[in-house]
Design a protein around this ligand. Structure first.
Ligand code: GLY
Length: 568
């Protein structure tokens, strides 16, 4: 297939308040696809998608569009992502270079390994709500870096339209109102959060109410005028320290001052006839999407009957997630074996899979050279060139709905609760029921392990897909399933995204399946030994790609959320 001459594509795949965001999949009919000649954007919110398209129309490139989407989501979907959180941004530039910007939160300098342990037990309330729950936010630093180095616009150009939306307000839809209601009990504890999201009668804003965020608008305008220094080296850091001191937190202005993005070396390998580019640690997503694809290469997925195919995929997920629980952490602090994405290691794991029945996976595997061949620490090397033809896959988050539930007074910024992505204590499950090991223990300056999996796929050296998802650990499974549906089964993205999903994360030993999965398939999987757990919707995926005609682009937002894809 030929590539179109104009190649500006932005896939912005933001937001992770996860299962709460995903509605039940009601139909497996193909989702609504958008098409465009000059560019395409897919996000979880129509207003944010529109902001991305506007950035393209006003002469921006895909990087500008992605940042416009991100900053707008921080206003209209701030319960999921925003500048109080973090992100991973994966960019394939027209000159062929690939950039992986790690804007993941960092633990404050005063963080300690046992900071969430009370009376000998890990206390997840502390890692999920309030002053100790937040890592130092990195999203804004990543957006700033991306625009400065690879965009055509100024950060200011992208901030001001979003500031206007924050100032003027927007009407809450049922989904946002539902998430707010679900978080209200915890948010109520914080006066500054009540001031933004609650009415004078003490109730949270509801569907149809207008949410105005003048403080957030002012924050965006300050950053537009003074740059991200306002946030990292100025008034925002002081506001954070002041609030934290009063509320038992440990984050200081110096922590903001010390925040830095990392340029990571992406994981580049192959899957059948395709080249894959995924995000390296501290994302676990890239490692395990790659590990699973490597395992699945040993099966002819297209020729397997559907129950066997799903069984093989579920077993593959289980093997990979057992590795995740043991090996994965911030590569700047622990050794994460490169062997996890080695084809030979995958062959060993694939050989364990029994086509008829589940296998018992009691522990992680042992990739070759695990002590010596490890993922690199971050590097500052980068090459820069001007060109059009950029693909961006970006996933951002404040973690669970409304993050720590804390709004820093006077700023409108919702702080993340990403500290819960550390293993607060070995064996203690986090919000996503994930257990971790020493590799992901809390340490000052360390980045918590993430499942965010922005992914770009190439064919014959040219990008054909940019995708990613929201939904905690299910992100990894969602990306895998989309890739299998598109690359192995030949489905267009709008069909791939509407297939019922499954997810296995090793612990707990259960296979999550969407209700929409055919009853016969569920029964067959149970017969093979899977313990099924039915879910309405599993996560939210966004995909953009090259259209079948090879001339245009196609984009699709997950029908499980109220997102939108739009082309230009
Ligand atoms: N906060 C969820 C993740 O990064 O995986």
């Amino acid at each position: 297939m030929k590539l179109p001459t104009l190649k500006i594509v932005a896939a912005c795949l933001l937001a992770l308040s996860l299962t709460s965001l995903a509605k039940e999949l009601k139909t497996t009919e193909p989702a609504q696809a958008a098409h465009g000649k000059h560019g395409i954007v897919a996000s979880v919110h129509p207003t944010a998608t529109e902001a991305g398209i506007n950035a393209l129309k006003r002469g921006g490139n895909a990087i500008d569009a992605a940042v416009a989407v991100a900053l707008t989501l921080g206003v209209v979907d701030g319960d999921n992502s925003g500048i109080g959180g973090g992100c991973f941004m994966l960019i394939h530039r027209a000159n062929g270079s690939v950039v992986a910007i790690d804007g993941r939160e960092m633990a404050p300098a005063a963080a300690t390994r046992d900071m969430f342990i009370r009376d000998g037990k890990g206390d997840t309330e502390l890692s999920q709500v309030g002053a100790l729950a937040s890592g130092v936010p990195g999203a804004l630093a990543a957006y700033d870096y991306a625009v400065k180095n690879y965009g055509k616009k100024k950060l200011k150009d992208l901030l001001l339209p979003a500031a206007k939306i924050a100032q003027d307000g927007f009407k809450l839809n049922a989904s946002y109102a539902g998430r707010l209601k679900g978080s209200a009990r915890d948010m109520k504890r914080f006066q500054s959060s009540r001031a933004v999201f609650f009415k004078s009668d003490g109730q949270p804003l509801g569907e149809g109410d207008t949410l105005k965020q003048p403080d957030l608008a002012a924050t965006y305008r300050h950053i537009a005028e003074q740059g991200s220094d306002w946030f990292y080296h100025g008034p925002f850091g002081i506001a954070v320290e002041t609030w934290m001191k009063k509320n038992g937190g440990i984050m200081t202005a110096k922590d903001l001052d010390n925040y830095h993005i990392c340029l990571r070396e992406p994981i580049t390998t192959s899957y059948r006839d395709y080249q894959t580019i995924t995000f390296p640690p501290p994302s676990s997503g890239g490692v395990h999407v790659t590990e699973m694809l490597n395992i699945l290469e040993h099966f002819n997925l297209k020729s397997l009957d559907e129950p066997t195919r799903l069984h093989v995929i579920a077993e593959t997920m289980k093997l990979a997630f057992a590795d995740r629980a043991y090996w994965l952490g911030d590569p700047d602090f622990v050794k994460v074996p490169h062997g996890l994405v080695d084809k030979k290691y995958a062959a060993e794991l694939a050989a364990k899979i029994n086509l008829d029945h589940t296998i018992e996976v009691t522990s992680h595997g042992m990739p070759a050279d695990w002590q010596t061949n490890v993922f690199k620490k971050h590097t500052t090397h980068f090459s820069v060139a001007d060109a059009e033809g950029n693909w961006v896959a970006c996933t951002a988050t404040v973690n669970t709905s409304f993050g720590s539930k804390v709004v820093i007074p006077g700023t409108g910024v919702v702080m993340n609760n990403e500290m819960d992505d550390f293993s607060t204590q070995p064996g203690v499950a986090n919000f996503f029921k994930l257990v971790g090991a020493e590799a992901n223990a809390v340490a000052p300056g360390k980045r918590p392990l993430s499942s965010m999996s922005p992914t770009i796929i190439l064919k014959d050296g040219k990008p054909i897909l940019a995708l990613g998802a929201a939904g905690g650990p299910t992100i990894i499974s969602q990306v895998l399933l989309s890739l299998v549906n598109i690359l192995d089964l030949g489905m267009p993205p709008e069909m791939a995204i509407a297939q019922p999903r499954i997810h296995h994360q090793w612990s707990p030993n259960e296979l999550s399946v969407e209700k929409a999965l055919a009853p016969a398939l569920k029964a067959n999987l149970e017969k093979r030994g899977h313990h099924l757990s039915e879910k309405g919707g599993i996560g939210v995926t966004q995909i953009v790609g090259r259209d079948r005609d090879g001339k245009n682009f196609v984009g699709v937002a997950d029908p499980r959320a109220g997102g939108k894809a739009a082309g230009w």
